[in-house]
Write a protein that binds this ligand. Structure first.
Ligand code: ADP
Ligand code: MG
Length: 258
């Protein structure tokens, strides 16, 4: 099976006037269709840098990113990127915001428009399409951002801390909704989060990164019974707490090793 995304010896150096800093070094990783993978690790370990390279927004200094076996040279429609902040345009209606990716890629047809309206309904946003972002709560705006990302029907979704600005209850609800939706649509996803319990609850695989330079420290395969449970219930499964502490200890040891 061809991986949806493959990273080969991926390396990135940020260069400024005064210095060069090695943000990510020698990362090898393959992610297969339908997998939900989380990247966790201390702040500054290179998570956003890695996503930006997968999205084709940042060019690797060495190594390469392959999407469906093709080397990435820039942004492609197969990849959707959803950020921590929703970046909705305040002067556009909810529906106009949701359609922007289709507009920009010149794929706005009546069918796609109807599909996007259905997606808004699936996300519990019926009745909001003619309103404006300022009229919605933070959780609703993130749901609009998810619809906007899904509207172009990407194979791979990159999610950079999409829940971190939300209150705890909203975050748990949104984790359930997003994980459920992506699974049902058989999307492949890479989630960046600093919340270990979130990573374990939503993922098939959790990849712990170490910093300076960013590299893979250890990979945790999530047991089947935790994977099958909805994120909210996953946290109550046998073995969840033990796994959480194992990842936590490993993360602490990686920080102190630097
Ligand atoms: P994370 O998302 O895991 O917090 P980042 O990918 O944002 O980490 O950053 C990784 C490292 O690269 C950090 O040391 C950060 O300071 C550095 N870095 C990130 N962006 C830039 C940039 N535009 N210029 C220089 N250094 C950067
Ligand atoms: Mg980041």
């Amino acid at each position: 099976m061809v991986p949806v995304v493959e990273l080969k010896q991926l390396t990135h150096v940020y260069v400024s006037d005064r210095k060069a800093s090695l943000a990510v070094e020698g990362l090898d990783l393959a992610i297969y269709p339908g997998e939900f993978v989380s990247l966790v690790g201390p702040s500054g370990c290179g998570k956003t840098t890695i996503l930006s390279m997968i999205a084709g927004l940042l060019t690797p200094t060495q190594g390469e990113v392959l999407i469906q076996g093709q080397s990435v040279a820039g942004p492609t429609p197969e990849v959707g990127y959803m950020l921590q902040q929703d970046y909705l345009f305040p002067w556009r209606t909810i529906l106009q915001n949701a359609l922007i990716g289709l507009e920009l890629t010149k794929r706005l047809t009546e069918d796609n428009r109807q599909r996007t309206i259905s997606l808004l309904e699936e996300m519990g946003l019926e009745g909001t399409q003619d309103g404006y972002p300022s009229q919605l709560s933070g959780g609703m705006r993130q749901r609009v951002a998810l619809v906007r990302t899904l509207a172009t029907d990407p194979d791979l979704l990159l999610l950079d801390e999409p829940f971190s600005a939300l209150d705890y209850q909203t975050k748990l609800q949104l984790e359930d909704l997003i994980a459920g939706t992506l699974r049902q649509k058989e999307k492949t996803a890479v989630l960046v989060t600093h919340d270990l319990s979130e990573a374990i609850a939503v993922s098939d695989r959790v990849i712990l990164l170490a910093s300076h330079p960013g590299r893979i420290k250890r990979t945790f395969d999530i047991p089947e019974h935790i994977r099958q449970a909805q994120p909210l219930l996953a946290r109550e499964q046998e073995g969840f707490n033990e796994l959480f502490h194992e990842v936590w200890r490993e993360m602490e040891s990686s920080e102190h090793a630097d």
